[in-house]
Design a protein around this ligand. Structure first.
Ligand code: GLA
Ligand code: ZN
Length: 672
């Protein structure tokens, strides 16, 4: 069940907080929404305290009025359950709802996303509220989706989490023997004889500094447990709303590359993916696209909802620059091009108090429609109206995939050694960026996905090889796929226990190599290697490799391992497995991947000049290429086939010039 089933067009709207305003303002909002082409509002995101003033009494009168008003005005509703921030009275009466921080400090009431996921009080009252809401609004046919809580995240280290963690461990390991083995507790004499001896890994126990741990095994399990604890909160509310509205799809707003929660696992509990995109000013267009692709990949390439983006500015960065004219439109289309079926904002009307009063909104403090931001919003509203439902449900035809695994992310960055500079995201991003700049459609997949329909699969820095992953990569390659694995892969199993017998462990036969040692280069230091006709930098880590059947394509240029392999290729079954034994730069990734794509006969969506992105979606109505000019200057693209532009109706014949003013977007429908 997806959200698009309920929509006839790309829905357009966002978080609307009328509870912060007097009723006379609401009517004016309705007028302005109509002017801007808004057709959906997310309601009731942070409203718990207003809905419930004590254990038993719920007051829905004001929400009823809002629900009736938006319905009367033809707006669809994404209805939130308000459980992202608990009421002050609840925290006072039931302190078990308050979180404890990593340093053992118990929080008081304040902020938001502040409830302990294992608090009996939170579980009880959040689920009850969700149920009450579903019961009350079950017959509002303008509701298109449920939005459970808001941006789940963070961690809790309280006593009840500790007890729940022990129970969770019993479920996972059954015996203390098994647990002791999996965590290698013989190290430093940590053997446990009773489950009660186990305490949460935090700054009072195994952790130190910023995300460092002395025992990776327990820390990884805590992350899994914490992510699952929050997922259980989501699932409990999910079940509550489904009792009354079994046909309404349910989501919660994710945050892209958010490290603490294993979204891949979460996605199994969600009906559709929605997420909040807040790139910082430094983020590249490739980074934004990568996050969209990550989110699209969570549900096998099904469309997602852009639940939040700012129409103009954020409040929480050090320097909150305005989105330049045209940028909101450009980034909205970029989300659509990468799989979004709805474009939504935080927020519709700007608050007057507290920390988000300078966060951008469709309706500014000025209160009227004569603002740049409103005009740009309304202009996009018109376009989306025009596009109607034509693009809905479109999928990305990708032949290339990059593997991304949350548990590996945790593990590689918990690792003490070989280098503090090892960053999983950076490694993934380098490969993605090179593909993105060549307009190669790429899926981001997890360890369980079917890989058989890809021609090329890139596996960056897969330090942790969980059971089954090597088999998957082995059969993918055997059956003719091209596999690319990078340095420091195949080192440990799912418990962070080293796979002995030679690195890269279970991947060794596929790659036809043995990595004997790994050298960490100090900050800013570089080795070099030759590959093809060029020389490239080797950074952060250098694997020292022996071939065991693989061909050598590149060798180090300096140091005691000068002349030894760094880039290798192994013929394996009908396929090929490449190994890149170090981190390099964009020049290398572009050249290296360029050759592989050629060999695999994977073609760019379209040839474009620099800073013009081309991305494609296909559905039953046709194939659509989004041309997006991220530059300020005008760019020209040659039409390689015949196209009709959806917004202008213009026809481009083969060889004709497509002019793209700075920041402009064209949506080209392929013609037979
Ligand atoms: C998040 C939240 C919103 C709001 C925005 C501000 O995405 O979900 O409630 O706080 O950030 O950028
Ligand atoms: Zn807790």
């Amino acid at each position: 069940m997806t959200y698009s089933d309920k929509a006839k067009k790309i829905l357009y709207g966002g978080d609307y907080n009328p509870e912060q305003w007097e009723e006379n303002v609401w009517e004016e909002d309705m007028r302005l929404f109509a002017l801007a082409g808004i057709d959906i509002v997310t309601l009731n995101v942070f409203n718990w305290a207003a809905l419930q003033k004590d254990e038993e009494s719920y007051s829905f009168d004001r929400l009823d009025k809002i629900m009736d008003l938006v319905k009367k005005n033809g707006l669809k509703v994404c209805l939130a359950t308000s459980t992202g921030a608990h009421p002050a009275w609840m925290a006072k009466r039931y302190p078990d709802i308050l979180r404890t921080e990593a340093d053992g400090k118990k929080r008081k009431f304040g902020g938001r996303h502040n409830s302990c996921p294992n608090s009996p009080t939170y579980r009880k009252y959040s689920v009850r509220l969700a149920r009450e809401l579903a019961k009350r609004y079950q017959n509002y046919e303008n509701i298109v989706a449920w939005h459970i809580s808001n941006e789940y995240g963070g961690e809790c280290y309280c006593g009840q989490c500790e007890e729940a963690f022990r129970e969770w461990l019993k479920g996972r390991y059954h015996t203390l023997d098994a647990l002791n083995r999996s965590w290698n507790t013989a190290f430093w004499g940590h053997t446990f004889y009773d489950w009660d001896e186990i305490v949460l890994p935090n700054l009072l126990s195994e952790h130190f500094g910023d995300e460092r741990t002395m025992f990776q095994g327990i820390s990884l399990d805590y992350r899994r447990f914490n992510s699952e604890s929050m997922q259980h909160c989501f699932e409990a509310e999910y079940r509550a709303v489904k009792e009354f509205t079994p046909d309404l799809p349910v989501t919660t707003n994710l945050m892209g590359f958010y490290k603490n929660l294993d979204y891949r696992k979460w996605s199994e509990s969600m009906d559709f993916i929605s997420w909040d995109s807040y790139p910082s000013n430094q983020d590249s267009r490739a980074q934004m696209a990568l996050s969209h692709d990550l989110m699209r990949g969570l549900k096998g390439g099904n469309p997602f909802v852009l639940m939040e983006q700012t129409p103009s500015v954020t409040n929480w960065q050090a320097y909150n620059a305005l989105k330049r004219p045209g940028v909101m439109r450009l980034w909205s289309y970029q989300a659509i091009a990468h799989g979004a079926d709805a474009v939504m904002f935080f927020q519709m009307r700007r608050s007057i108090g507290a920390c988000e009063k300078f966060h951008g909104a469709v309706i500014d403090h000025a209160g009227h429609e004569n603002t740049r931001v409103f005009r740009e919003t309304a202009a996009l509203g018109k376009e989306l109206e025009k596009l109607g439902g034509e693009l809905l449900g479109g999928r990305t035809p990708a032949e290339t995939a990059i593997l991304f695994d949350w548990e590996n992310w945790w593990a590689v960055e918990y690792s003490a050694g070989p280098s503090c500079e090892l960053k999983y995201y950076d490694e993934v991003r380098s490969y993605y960026e090179a593909l993105h700049e060549m307009n190669i459609a790429t899926d981001i997949v997890g360890t369980k996905e079917d890989l058989s329909h890809y021609k090329v699969v890139i596996v960056p820095l897969l330090y942790m090889t969980k059971p089954g992953v090597d088999e998957k990569l082995r059969s993918f390659t055997q059956n003719g796929g091209i596999l690319i694995v990078t340095y420091f892969s195949g080192i440990v199993d799912e418990h962070d226990l080293v796979i002995t017998g030679g690195y890269p462990g279970r991947l060794r036969d596929i790659l036809g190599i043995w990595v004997e040692e790994t050298d960490a280069l100090s900050f800013g230091a570089e080795n070099r290697f030759s590959y093809g006709r060029g020389q490239y930098p080797a950074k952060i880590l250098c694997d020292i490799i022996h071939t065991e059947g693989a061909e050598v394509l590149g060798v180090y240029e300096t140091d005691f391992y000068k002349g030894t392999p760094v880039i290798t290729r192994n013929s394996f079954g009908q396929g090929q497995a490449y190994y890149v034994g170090t981190r390099s730069d964009g020049g290398f990734y572009a050249g290296f991947l360029g050759e592989i794509l050629q060999q695999a006969e994977i073609h760019p969506v379209m040839e474009t000049p620099e800073e013009v992105e081309a991305a494609e979606r296909r559905n039953g109505n046709g194939a659509y290429i989004f041309l997006m000019n991220h530059a300020d200057q005008e760019k020209k693209v040659t039409a390689a086939e015949k196209f009709v532009e959806l917004l202008s109706g213009e026809v481009y014949n083969v060889g004709e010039m497509i002019m793209l003013p700075g920041k402009d977007v064209k949506i080209l429908k392929r013609q037979e």
